[in-house]
Design a protein around this ligand. Structure first.
Ligand SMILES: Nc1ncnc2c1ncn2[C@@H]1O[C@H](COP(=O)(O)OP(=O)(O)OP(=O)(O)O)[C@@H](O)[C@H]1O
Ligand SMILES: O=c1[nH]c(=O)c2[nH+]cn([C@@H]3O[C@H](COP(=O)(O)O)[C@@H](O)[C@H]3O)c2[nH]1
Ligand SMILES: NC(=O)CC[C@H](N)C(=O)O
Ligand SMILES: [Mg+2]
Length: 546
């Protein structure tokens, strides 16, 4: 949906982050946004001449590569001619040096972890601006095996460590800076100040906040949708789509209609709960469509996780398009009836758009510079779309992180219990049932999941956990229940703690809580005789099992 996402650049000054594949790249985005500056990450292969917006500054990320490796990712040299400030971080610094006649070599003393830099004042105010508010010594976090062995032409050292004589460099006459350390990680305690200084150098306005976002976004949506077209909303009851729906309702009122699809792999009682919740709290028109037979028949016998995701993504679109046609027909009939009875009735336009609550992390994995080969999993709402879909997408939250969406939700007056809901993926229980999805497997998982979430709420843990759910493992294990031998399946419990869902740790429940939970699940859910706890972080695991 290019038109609506590009428009953001006309509203906010933007910083471009070029991603060379570092595991910390997205954190650079977060640090700038925390400083109220809009920024966007694109693959490092992005050509400056092919950008349809003008960045006010450019940041080059770190990378697992070495600049001298064959096939190492290369920056478009036009970056240095764009006339805007450039900051290179780790590999980014090395890439700046490589492009300006410096030398980079593997070093016998690799630096991983904490280090302290000595700031070097050059006396040149242009160069000293990056560290202008820093003390003479600054703790930082390093992660590199290569080092500059020769300064590039026209650059000077602005910080060093005992083992890295070129820990930070600056160009004498252009605003080009490089730092060897990772200013974006929280282990560099003054990293935020460094980004703040770079933002000052870029001279950008610091007006990115959720308050101005609402105002600008509502205006942007109105313009984009036009005066008569209608929008169908894909609404799950989750935070993202609820916030998107509220924003859309604010922008176009009754021309917005929400559709919640029961895909047969929702949690127990969810369709009914969402119906009540949307009506009560959001005040939007909502239709619940029971398409469970269609989804489950298409999923029959499918085990492969990516195939499940694509089937679900495609089927969602089929259902939305059918629903749009139905709603349009209904509206035409109502209009005809109103005309017949002579009452005033303003004609409405066609359903031209589909609103989705897609977030930045849903798309971020697919924009890695390595291209599609690095896709970890296809989010149903990004990679599972139909190529020939007729409805045009509107995704107002596509550039936002989860915590930004939650803040937006609060500002829009959505109740805290809704804003604080754990996320639930669109492909639902289908990606939590390993192996084929059947109605009976869904019922087993729904029962176990309900007990788990109920106990978490009772124990007061819900708000300390970012996302908790049960997973059904279709392996069979032997058990003894009521003196009888059982040969049943296993439930795995996951509880992830994370701020941005890009990395996560597992939540440590008290043992007595776990033992009670395990008892309840094996006693109350027929077909389960074992409960195991998932104690994997992300990475190496992901949050969902499929
Ligand atoms: N059952 C559903 N019916 C209609 N649309 C859905 C359904 N499930 C997901 N979607 C669409 O897919 C998008 C992405 O789903 P996702 O789970 O990431 O977001 P969410 O459900 O809105 O919020 P949360 O992440 O808190 O669960 C949703 O914003 C919504 O537009
Ligand atoms: O709507 C969604 N459609 C999807 O296809 C999808 N896949 C993962 N998720 C959610 O994304 C977050 C990160 O999940 P992973 O660590 O498993 O990638 C977690 O919150 C997951 O629940 C999805 N949400
Ligand atoms: N974190 C990085 O960007 C590392 C860059 C390069 N691979 C090095 O080891 O020095
Ligand atoms: Mg959801």
């Amino acid at each position: 949906m290019p038109a609506l996402t590009e428009a953001i650049h006309s509203q906010y000054d933007s910083i471009l982050i070029l991603d060379f594949g570092s595991q910390y790249s997205h954190l650079i985005t977060r640090r700038c946004r925390e400083l109220n500056v809009y920024c966007e990450m694109l693959p490092c292969t992005q050509k400056i001449s092919e950008l349809d917006w003008k960045p006010s500054g450019i940041i080059l990320s770190g990378s697992p590569y070495s600049v001298y490796d064959e096939g190492a990712p290369r920056v478009d040299p036009a970056v240095f001619e764009a006339g805007v400030p450039v900051l290179g971080i780790c590999y980014g610094l090395q890439e700046i040096a490589w492009n300006h006649g410096g030398k980079v070599d593997p070093h016998d003393r690799r630096e991983y972890g904490k280090a302290v830099i000595d700031v070097v004042k050059t006396g040149n105010t242009r160069m000293d601006r990056l560290f202008k508010d820093e003390p003479s010594q600054v703790p930082v976090w390093m992660s590199h095996g290569d080092q500059l062995s020769k300064l590039p032409d026209n650059f000077k050292v602005i910080a060093r460590t005992p083992t890295a004589p070129f820990a930070a460099i600056a160009h004498e006459t252009k605003d080009i800076f490089g730092v060897q350390f990772h200013a974006e990680v929280t282990h560099s305690p003054r990293g935020k100040e460094l980004f703040s200084a770079f933002i000052d150098i870029c001279g950008v306005r610091r007006d990115w906040n959720m308050g101005t976002f609402i105002e600008k976004e509502v205006a942007r949506i109105r313009e984009f949708v036009g005066p008569t077209a209608r929008v169908l909303g894909a609404i799950s009851g989750g935070v993202d789509s609820s916030v998107a729906a509220k924003l859309m309702h604010q922008a176009i009122g009754d021309r917005f209609h929400a559709v919640m699809v029961d895909n047969g792999v929702l949690r127990a009682g969810e369709a009914k709960q969402v119906d009540e919740m949307l009506n009560k709290h959001l005040g939007v028109n909502v239709t619940i469509v029971d398409a469970s037979d269609l989804f489950l028949s298409r999923l029959e016998g499918v085990e492969d996780p990516e195939q499940k995701r694509k089937i679900i993504g495609n089927t969602f679109i089929n259902v939305f398009e059918a629903e749009a046609a139905k709603l349009e027909k209904q509206a035409e009939e109502e209009e005809a009836e109103a005309k017949g009875s002579g009452s005033q009735h303003e004609p409405k336009g066609k359903y031209e758009f589909l609103l989705q609550g897609t977030l930045y992390p849903d798309v971020i994995e697919s924009i890695s510079f390595k291209g599609p080969s690095a896709t970890i999993k296809t989010h149903h709402n990004v990679g599972g779309l139909l190529a020939d879909m007729k409805l045009k997408l509107i995704e107002p939250l596509r550039e936002l992180f989860k915590d930004e969406v939650r803040e937006l939700g609060k500002l829009l007056g959505i109740p805290a219990h809704l804003v604080g809901r754990h996320p639930f993926p669109g492909p639902g229980l289908a990606i939590r049932i390993l192996g084929p999805v059947t109605r009976s497997q869904v019922a087993i998982l729904q029962a176990a999941d309900s007990i788990y979430i109920e106990e978490i709420r009772k124990g007061g843990f819900y708000d300390q956990i970012s996302q908790a759910f049960a997973v059904l493992l279709p392996v069979r294990a032997v058990g003894v229940q009521g003196d009888k031998r059982t040969y049943d399946q296993v439930i795995a419990l996951r509880a992830a703690q994370t701020t941005d869902f890009m990395t996560a740790t597992w939540f440590n429940f008290p043992h007595d809580f776990l033992s009670n939970l395990s008892n309840r699940i094996t006693n109350e859910v027929t077909g389960i005789n074992r409960v195991v706890m998932d104690i994997s972080s992300k990475p190496p695991a992901t949050i969902e099992w499929l």
